[in-house]
Design a protein around this ligand. Sequence first.
Ligand code: DAT
Ligand code: MG
Length: 151
Amino acid sequence: AEMERTFIAIKPDGVQRALISEIISRFERKGFKLVAIKIVIPSKDFAEKHYHDLKERPFFNGLCDFLSSGPVLAMVWEGEGVIKYGRKLIGATDPQKSEPGTIRGDLAVVVGRNIIHGSDGPETAKDEINLWFKPEELVTYALNAEKWTYG
Ligand code: DAT
Ligand code: MG
């Protein structure tokens, strides 16, 4: 299996709306493996680093204020194709355009409160994992079900 890792975060709205277990269960039941997890309140400065690619956008300041407004559940998930498929589980950026069955489609209504973040490619996944986690916070282990998930 071609294993990769992606950074997934439940934003302050998802935490406050008590959607942590609902969201984690979707990644877990799919067959992906949780290799890092913590709850943190990011500073505004940290939020700006996380979203640095969007600094020219008109919503950048509000977005960074929002991300730093409360606890965020930061995670790293591992599995074959997890970067791209994780984005599929999440759905489109605007929940109005997310398909039913996706996390944003089922659980969110507006783009400014779309409850979850997921890395959009291999480079951003690497950068975001390094920004949010120290190497020793990433746990390498075998899941017994792996042989049933992957054959
Ligand atoms: P995604 O989170 O799907 O990767 P993105 O990286 O383009 O989307 O934008 C990051 C976040 O910024 C997004 O989850 C919600 C917010 N955002 C994006 N476009 C927006 C817009 N037009 N108005 C308000 N917020 C927006
Ligand atoms: Mg993005």
